[in-house]
Structure formats: structure tokens, C-alpha cells
Design a protein. Structure first.
Length: 566
């Protein structure tokens, strides 16, 4: 059983408690030494960064122990599930770099099987039909320190329960009028064992089964039984399901047959991220109330949003690996995620020139109408990326912030009488400038260039302290830039009991402006990555089309929450 490093599990260094527990099961010969995991999303929303951790763990564990991973959609609630979510989930998993190799299943595949098992549990005297309202059932549950009250219908005969359950399936009763409950222990200190619901009546069409069913299994019942049907050996899930584990095992006890693989539930801490909401219900609220443009809005923590923003699968996998697997909940700093993205893009993103706040420079001693092609490196981190040619002319754009009339000390950019190098071009000296008559803002600067300072020239190594990026005015392409910042201004937007999380929405989370980019970017395709030199990492938004370039800022160049000067 080879790992991803070509090592056997015996040779592989145990890095976390999950690997250790699975290793112990394999060595003990449980389930014939097999490792078969599953990733079981509910198709009621788009996947987010928290799911990425679960995906990496589920698929990674099976990979490292020579096992298999199923993709199973736990689609037991037709009121919230849509085919759109199924399709997006599959796209996100593939994008993240994992493959379920055709093992794609749905809990709805097992509806008949689950129904027959429910009949088996009723016949064993371990389930009953309750006619009470959901509110009354909840009131009777008690509290962790106060035992619950038994339902007056708890002692119904097996025959009556079977009859009522069959009639529920036939649609004879209204929604909310009856439920099937497991008969366990109303005094259990674990609230999940106090006669939990197994089935409820929902007269809603299902995205796969249509109107074939009007009763649907509850998640806690369907989840573990579906694991068992599929031969799952290790049900890896987040820590909030730890208290559900006794119920998971109780349901398995009712149907388990000796000799078959029995899944073992093991919990790990979920991924929580600062400045981020992880609740699918609340993310849906943001979408429905138009606080964002959709599930793939680049400010969203969804994988589709991160993909659109320019995050890479490798950077997300690296981030998950860096934070590790623990048994204790905590909050990871979003800066660590941004650092992972920045590190990956540093190696793969071509360097290009773009000016976000243009100031025109006129090179007075450069021939009017002349254009020359200058060679520049695509990526100093990757020699195989090669070089490209960029046009240079008498008029170029530089950044407004790169010129000051009266600069402070240690200002190494351009000022009257000072010299700087233009990236991959020449050294220039500022001789004069022109102010706008009405605003007093500098609108043009006039410079002298020194042709011998070009690469390969006599003074190519002449020292200056500043290097500026630029774009040739007659060749520049106008583009839209979307400067994304964090969606929330508070590190824990969901952590204030007395305030709604939407109160912490950052009003400056998106700023849109125009910029000028070098002409080669006209060939950029949707989601292509670039480093705008000295500005940040950007990618081509899918909204781009011929004649209208649109770029998203992925991350700034520095490990900080940057308010970009644009």
C-alpha cells in the first residue's frame, strides 16, 4: 500500500491522530485491513474552504493507505437541495485535485433500502410512530440535566406502527402530523439518544426521485446506514458530530451483519477562518439578499469564489496541510491562507506591467513616433517561463504615487532632478512637471532618458535606487480592475451574540476602477494568473471579453491587510 511519497504506511511518519488511528485499524486487520473513506456533502449550497479540509482528509487518507474514496451526496432534504449544487460540488472537488474514480453515489439511491431497514427496526420494537407536533416533541426532550418525557405513543404495538409507517409512505397523512422515532432512552445524558426522529413527512419533489417519496429519512439515520451500505471503513467527520457518534453506532447495531465492513466514525476539528463566515445558511443569506453577486463572488469563502478570485488548488491544499489536523477547535488566521496563495503564485504567475493610477511621462529626448521592443523576463522564479517583448515609446504611464514634487527623505522614486530606472528599459531623470490648472494635481512630467543605460549598453549597470513599472501610452490597453478586500471587517463576524453578522460587512470589500496594462494581456484567458509588478497578484475574470479586459486582485504583494492606493 503505497503512499503519495512512495512509502508504505509502516515507513510513513505519523503526523496526526487520524493517521495514527487508521494505521492501528489497518495493522489490527479490521475490515480486512482496508481503508475506504467517503466525502458526503449535502447538496444544499456551494462548498467552502472548510469543506476543502474535509476533502483533503477524506481523499488523502485513502490515498496514503492504498484505499478508495466515494463521493456521496447526502440528499435527504428535498426542500433545500438542487442539482445546481450537485454540479458545483463535483466541479470544486475536481478543481481541488481529487478524483472519486466513478464512485459517485446518493443517499437517495438507498431510499428503499433505508425504508426496509426502518421496518426491520420497528419489528424489533425499537421504533415507533409519534403523532405529536415537532414543538411538543422538542419540549419533551428535557435538557442535558433533566430527563425527557416519554411520548404517549411510545408504547404503540409493532403492528400499529408498521401500519402507520406504510400509510405514511402512501401519503395518507399531512406534513407534520406523524414522524417515525427511534426508541432508545429518554433519560440519556446524550440528547441525541432521546428517541430521535428517523423519518418525517415532506410532500416535496426530490431533485432525483421526483414525487416517488413523501417521507424522507433524517440525516442521522441515513448517514451512517449509507456508509454501511457502501462498505465505508472510516467515517471521518468534523468535531460537532462527536456527540452524534453514539447514535451513529446505535443505528448500525440495528442492521449490522457479522463479516461485513463496519464504519468507524472519527472526528477532527473543523476549519474556522478569521474574517470569514462558514455557515452555508448564512452564505446563502448573503447571496439571496444581494450582499454579494453570487456563490462565486470572489469575496466569498466558497471554492468557486476563491477560484474566480485567482486562488490556486495547490495553495489551498498547502494551507490545509500547514494548519494540520487536530482534535481541538480553533480559528486559523486568514493571513496564513493568503500567504499560501502568494507563495504559490510567486512561482507560477508571469510578471507583467499594469498602471492603476496613471501619470503621463513624456520623454523629451526620445524621437516622436518611434517605438522599440524591449526584452523582459516573464518570471524570475521560473527560468523556463522565458522572456517576452514589450513596446516602449516617447510617452509612458507610471503610477501617480511614484512621483512627488517635494518628497521626504528615503523616497527612492521620482522627483524633480532625481533619476530612476524604468523596469527592463532605461534610466530617466525628471526635469519638470505640469500641474492641472484647476485641481493643482500633477498631470504630466517631463524627463530625459539615457539610451546607454539599457540592458547591454555602456552604462547598463549604472546605479539608481528606484525602479518603476510603466506602460507605453500608445500601446496600453484599458482594463477594469476589481480590488477585493475582506468581506467582513471583524475577525469574528459570527461571534457576537448581540449582533447580526451582517453588521460587520466591510463597505470597502470591493472597489472598481480602470487601469492600463501592457498589450500582451489582450490574449489572457479567464482565470489566467499574473503578477502586476509592484502592485499585487491578479487574474483574468470570466467577465472579460474581447474589447473589455477585467482583472481581479487575488492578493496583495505583502502579508498584510492592504488598503490599496489606486
Amino acid at each position: 500500500m503505497a503512499t503519495n511519497n512512495g512509502e508504505s504506511p509502516e515507513e510513513k511518519k505519523i503526523q496526526n491522530f487520524l493517521e495514527q488511528l487508521v494505521e492501528e485499524d489497518v495493522k489490527a486487520g479490521k475490515n480486512s485491513g482496508k481503508v475506504h473513506t467517503r466525502f458526503p456533502p449535502e447538496p444544499n449550497g456551494y462548498l467552502h474552504i472548510g469543506h476543502a479540509k474535509a476533502i483533503c482528509i477524506d481523499f488523502g487518507m485513502a490515498r496514503d493507505f492504498g484505499g478508495k474514496t466515494n463521493l456521496r451526496f447526502d440528499d435527504t432534504n428535498p426542500t433545500k437541495e438542487e442539482t445546481e449544487y450537485v454540479d458545483s460540488i463535483k466541479e470544486d472537488i475536481r478543481w481541488l485535485g481529487f478524483d472519486w474514480e466513478g464512485r459517485e453515489f446518493f443517499a437517495s439511491d438507498y431510499f428503499e433500502h433505508l425504508y426496509q431497514w426502518a421496518i426491520q427496526i420497528i419489528k424489533a420494537g425499537n421504533a415507533y410512530i409519534d403523532d405529536q407536533s415537532s414543538e411538543l416533541i422538542a419540549d419533551q426532550k428535557g435538557s442535558p440535566t433533566v430527563p425527557g418525557k416519554e411520548s404517549p405513543y411510545r408504547k404503540r404495538s409493532v403492528a400499529e406502527n408498521l401500519d402507520l409507517f406504510e400509510r405514511m409512505r402512501k401519503g395518507e397523512f399531512e406534513e407534520g402530523s406523524k414522524v417515525l422515532r427511534a426508541k432508545i432512552d429518554m433519560a440519556s445524558p446524550n440528547m441525541h439518544l432521546r428517541d430521535p426522529l428517523m423519518y418525517r413527512i415532506l410532500k416535496k419533489p426530490h431533485h432525483r426521485t421526483g414525487d416517488a417519496w413523501c417521507i424522507y429519512p433524517m440525516y442521522d439515520y441515513a448517514h451512517g446506514q449509507s456508509d454501511y451500505i457502501e462498505g465505508i471503513t472510516h467515517s471521518l467527520c468534523t468535531l460537532e458530530f462527536e456527540v452524534h457518534r453514539p447514535l451513529y453506532n446505535w443505528f448500525l447495531d440495528q442492521v449490522y451483519e457479522e463479516g461485513k465492513a463496519r464504519p468507524r466514525q472519527i472526528e477532527f476539528a473543523r476549519l474556522n477562518l478569521s474574517y470569514t463566515i462558514m455557515s452555508k445558511r448564512k452564505l446563502l443569506e448573503l447571496v439571496q439578499n444581494k450582499h454579494v453577486s453570487g456563490w462565486d463572488d470572489p469575496r466569498m469563502p466558497t471554492l468557486s469564489g476563491m477560484r474566480r478570485r485567482g486562488y490556486t488548488p495547490a495553495s489551498i491544499r498547502k494551507f490545509v496541510d500547514t494548519i494540520g489536523v487536530t482534535k481541538t477547535d480553533g480559528v486559523s488566521d486568514v493571513l496564513l491562507l493568503e500567504h499560501s496563495v502568494r507563495e504559490d503564485l510567486n512561482h507560477i504567475a508571469p510578471r507583467v506591467m499594469a498602471v492603476l493610477n496613471p501619470l503621463k511621462m513624456i520623454i523629451t529626448n526620445y524621437e516622436e513616433g518611434k517605438t522599440e521592443e524591449l526584452e523582459t523576463q516573464n518570471n524570475p522564479e521560473d527560468e523556463s517561463a522565458g522572456n517576452r517583448m514589450i513596446p516602449f515609446s516617447r510617452e509612458i504611464y507610471i503610477e501617480q504615487d511614484d512621483f512627488m514634487i517635494d518628497p521626504p527623505g528615503k523616497f527612492f522614486r521620482l522627483a524633480p532632478g532625481k533619476e530612476v530606472r524604468l523596469k527592463s528599459a532605461f534610466i530617466v531623470r525628471c526635469d519638470s512637471h505640469k500641474l492641472n490648472a484647476s485641481t493643482g494635481v500633477v498631470e504630466e512630467i517631463y524627463c530625459t532618458y539615457f539610451p546607454e543605460t539599457r540592458s547591454g549598453g555602456a552604462e547598463a549597470n549604472r546605479k539608481v535606487k528606484g525602479t518603476l513599472h510603466w506602460v507605453s501610452v500608445p500601446h496600453a490597453l484599458k482594463a477594469e480592475v476589481r480590488l477585493y478586500d475582506r468581506l467582513f471587517s471583524d475577525a469574528e463576524p459570527d461571534g457576537h451574540k448581540d449582533k447580526d453578522f451582517k453588521e460587520f460587512l466591510n463597505p470597502d470589500s470591493l472597489k472598481i476602477s480602470e487601469c492600463f496594462v501592457e498589450p500582451g494581456l489582450a490574449n489572457g484567458k479567464a482565470l489566467d494568473h499574473f503578477q502586476f509588478q509592484r502592485v499585487g497578484y491578479f487574474n483574468v475574470d470570466p467577465d472579460s471579453k474581447p474589447g473589455k479586459l477585467v482583472f481581479n486582485r487575488t492578493v496583495a504583494l505583502k502579508d498584510s491587510w492592504t488598503k490599496a492606493s489606486i
